[in-house]
Ligand binder design. Structure first.
Ligand SMILES: NC(=O)C1=CN([C@@H]2O[C@H](COP(=O)(O)OP(=O)(O)OC[C@H]3O[C@@H](n4cnc5c(N)ncnc54)[C@H](OP(=O)(O)O)[C@@H]3O)[C@@H](O)[C@H]2O)C=CC1
Ligand SMILES: O=C(O)C1=N[C@H](C(=O)O)C[C@H](O)C1
Length: 265
């Protein structure tokens, strides 16, 4: 399968170029970056810290997508939406890892998935997807006297908060409780907040250093506290999930899929 990587010099972009190089049955067809990027014209393999692969990073993402059977996108929301439109127009499957999309941008991804198969997940690590299932199950077993709080920590470069994974964990907890997340969430707290309402699902965000990603879901009651935690030590798990998803998309019908589908959870 021929894969294009957009945002090829980013933290995830480089990891994806490395993952494609060591995965059977896939090859890097094209690599792109935003116009003006310092990586333009460089060899994607060398930028990723492996041997040269002859694929030069260009600024024409549409051409890169058109050269592939699947595009993998871990960039920024505005770019991801534009890339999804190109992929749907050109009949190219897509794997999206980008987080922080607003409701309008989210709708545009749903629209694109009417024409091509798209796998979009806030976190492609296997452990996080197991955690999502555990959180939903745990929330269903505990009554609302157990206060649910989601804490996440990421590296200092991250631009969206709470993380996409934290929001997915909150959504899983809300599903377990059979409520809509948007009706019970508290995405941050500051000042004279008053006492915590029962049933709220709270979020807290830490940023610092080079932390790859830590997520903890707390179920806190009067006499006990249950904590479910995941920590990523390397972005390799995300890249492995993305490339596995690209292969899984081959021959699928148009539609929006998630890691649950890919992993059969
Ligand atoms: N689903 C998952 O498993 C994971 C998701 N993520 C998400 O992936 C996204 C990227 O994360 P990360 O790799 O750390 O971020 P980076 O900032 O390192 O990478 C993003 C890359 O996209 C490039 N870019 C921006 N605009 C365009 C454009 N128009 N065309 C092509 N490339 C463009 C950026 O270029 P420049 O820097 O020059 O602006 C940069 O190289 C985030 O939303 C993050 O939350 C991250 C890890 C795992
Ligand atoms: O920006 C990151 O680094 C990550 N982003 C994703 C998120 O927002 O949940 C996934 C992972 O936590 C790393």
């Amino acid at each position: 399968m021929k894969i294009a990587v957009v945002g090829a010099s980013g933290r995830m972009g480089q990891m994806l170029v490395r993952q494609i190089a060591r995965t059977e049955g896939v090859s890097l067809a094209a690599a792109s970056e935003r116009p003006g990027s310092k990586a333009l014209g460089k060899d994607a393999g060398e930028v990723a810290g492996i041997e040269a692969n002859g694929v030069l990073i260009g600024d024409d993402s549409a051409a890169a997508i058109a050269a592939a059977q699947c595009v993998i996108d871990f960039t920024v929301p505005e770019a991801t939406v534009a890339h999804a439109k190109v992929a749907s127009d050109k009949g190219v499957a897509m794997v999206i890892g980008t987080t922080g999309l607003d409701p309008i941008q989210t709708k545009l991804i749903h629209d694109a998935a009417k024409k091509v198969p798209i796998m979009w997940a806030a976190n492609m690590a296997l452990g996080v997807n197991i955690l999502l299932a555990l959180v939903e199950k745990t929330a269903a077993m505990l009554d609302p006297s157990y206060d649910i709080e989601v804490l996440e920590m990421h590296h200092r470069h991250k631009i969206d908060a709470p993380s996409g994974t934290a929001l997915a964990l909150g959504r899983a907890a809300a599903a377990g409780r059979k409520v809509q997340l948007e009706e019970v969430w508290r995405k941050s707290r500051d000042g004279h907040t008053g006492a915590r309402p029962t049933g709220e699902i709270g979020f807290a965000t830490l940023r610092g250093g080079e932390e790859v990603g830590v997520h903890t879901v707390y179920f806190a009651a009067a006499g006990e506290r249950l904590e479910l935690n995941h920590r990523s030590f390397s972005r390799e798990t995300y890249a492995a999930g993305a490339v596995k998803s690209a292969k899984w998309l081959e021959g699928r019908k148009p539609g929006l899929y998630g890691m649950k589908d890919v992993l059969g959870l």
